[in-house]
Design a protein around this ligand. Structure first.
Ligand code: HEM
Length: 467
């Protein structure tokens, strides 16, 4: 396709390289290898994708503009990018994929729900996790699967009071339905060639219908049966889930309300935004601690000093877990679970340096690239938690949770969940990587067609501590 005039002088990422990355099932790390030289030098590049020219961005000045001027750079909505896709059927318009007033309506209802976090849910799941690990002392346990089961349980309970019980029952019917739907979404062909969405996918549609029915029933029954004074009580004693808090917020005459369908789409996106991301983050952080024994010891010493036997750090204590927090940041820098932000596009022609980004150009912000660029970080491939000691880095060089007003709503949710799981595991276990691990030299990362990415399965050994 013809290159728009304003993008003529923007360097081009090779389409052949792109096809190779699809063919070899490359993760964000391998894709960055192909793009690194161009993007480290220029900060922007154009890439042909699905019949259009996309702009890939790592330049921090432009990144700041994109994240702060959301009217100039709205998000591409699913129904616009993939009109007939299963993704659109399942996620619809929601808190993550919406713009302007519609987004404000969702965010206003959801914001207060994230103020009090369900620490009891985290602790309950941490206890179940320990029960599982305890039975397999000193043998490799595949951590990625375990962390996905754990965070699915946490999210189900915290978001809508549903116990997937995936830690204890890996083949629960709803878990299977959820996994199968996610598998359908992962097919890269549908991202690259969206015309394929015109073909019927009846099996996949049925699976989605099953999950939608579950969410719908939960939303409807809560809306109908919950009396306001009951809800208020639950909110006051912090036992209400996110959905109940959102339903309660809808009743406030000051707030615009959300329909049952909109709430269902929010639940669906919470499951993706909150479960896979934190699961991948926990997996990679456990891998890093298994490989960097000195860091593991420092995190453990610190948590024993700050918390002793307690499993529920207060807000004060969480701040005191300084080294753990640095390791959490460094983990999200090295292995950002959201490797690239959902696409934005330019709402009008935008001047940038000597280029003019034409209106409607799809824009991809590469978090992986920003986190691994030697322009932003010294020795970007090396694990150095201390680099976060005095937060000297550029504000937009670390975007683990995004930035600007579309910044992640679940930051504290995820951070507290991660801290509690690390406290639970490290206090009792010494973690190490088996000698024959495929990750021995480097963590092997899976493809990231949908924007979220994580490692290939990571078996780790948990040896009970004797001290
Ligand atoms: C390590 C874990 C997590 C990571 C790495 C992560 C990352 C992100 C990123 C990068 C964004 C920005 C997306 C954009 O600008 O287009 C985002 C947005 C969002 N995240 Fe998270 N997230 C995590 C956990 C969670 C959790 C636990 C929840 C909820 C339970 C959550 C809910 C959301 C929501 C609702 C948004 C959309 C906010 C908006 O547009 O107003 N996230 N997240």
């Amino acid at each position: 396709t013809k290159v728009p005039k304003g993008l003529k002088n923007v360097p081009t990422l090779s389409f052949l390289d792109f096809l190779i990355t699809i063919y070899i099932n490359a993760g964000p790390d391998k894709r960055w290898e192909y793009a690194r030289e161009t993007l480290e030098k220029e900060g922007i590049a154009k890439a042909w994708f699905d019949g259009k020219w996309d702009l890939v961005v790592t330049d921090l000045e432009l990144v700041k503009d994109i994240l702060t001027k959301t009217d100039l750079y709205p998000k591409a909505l699913l129904k616009e990018s993939f009109p007939k896709s299963l993704l659109t059927q399942y996620y619809g318009v929601n808190l993550v994929f919406s713009n302007g007033d519609e987004w404000k309506r969702h965010r206003r209802i959801a914001n207060p729900s994230f103020r009090n976090l369900p620490v009891h849910v985290f602790v309950e799941s941490a206890t179940k996790l320990l029960n599982i690990v305890e039975k397999i002392d000193n043998e490799p346990i595949e951590v990625k699967n375990l962390m996905h089961r754990l965070t699915l349980d946490v999210l189900g309970k915290a978001a809508f009071g549903f116990d997937f019980n995936n830690l204890e029952d890996p083949n629960n019917v709803y878990v299977t339905a959820y996994k199968e739907v996610m598998e359908e979404f992962r097919n890269p062909l549908y991202f690259v060639f969206s015309f394929l969405d015109n073909l019927p996918r009846s099996e996949a549609t049925k699976k989605i219908a099953k999950l939608n029915k579950l969410y719908d029933e939960i939303v409807e029954s809560k809306r109908k049966s919950m009396k306001m004074d009951e809800l208020e009580k639950k909110i006051n004693n912090n036992s209400a889930d996110l959905l109940e808090r959102m339903i309660y917020a809808c009743k406030d005459p000051e707030n615009p309300t959300l329909t049952n369908e909109e709430l269902r789409h929010d639940l669906a996106i919470f499951m993706l935004a909150g479960h896979d991301t934190t699961a991948n983050a926990l997996t990679t952080i456990l891998y890093l601690l298994a490989v960097h024994k000195d860091a593991q010891k420092k995190v453990r010493d610190e948590l024993l000093r700050v918390l002793g036997d307690d499993l529920t750090p207060s807000a004060e204590q969480q701040k005191e877990l300084k080294y753990m927090n640095m390791v959490i940041n460094e983990n999200l820098r090295l292995y950002p679970p959201v490797a690239q932000l959902p696409r934005r596009f330019s709402a009008q022609d935008i001047k940038f340096r000597n280029h003019v980004i034409p209106a409607k150009t799809p824009i991809i912000l590469s978090i992986y690239g920003i986190h691994h660029s030697s322009r932003n970080w010294k020795d970007p491939e090396i694990f150095i938690p201390e680099r976060f000691e005095d937060e000297k880095h550029d504000h937009y060089a670390w975007l683990g949770f995004g930035g600007g007003n579309r910044i992640c709503l679940g930051i504290n949710f995820s951070l507290i969940e991660q801290r509690i799981m690390l406290c639970a595991l490290l206090r009792k276990y010494e973690i190490s990587l088996p000698e024959d691990s495929i990750h021995k030299d480097k963590l092997q990362i899976e493809p990231d067609v949908s924007g979220t990415s994580g490692p290939h399965p990571v078996p780790l050994i948990f040896k009970r501590r004797t001290e």
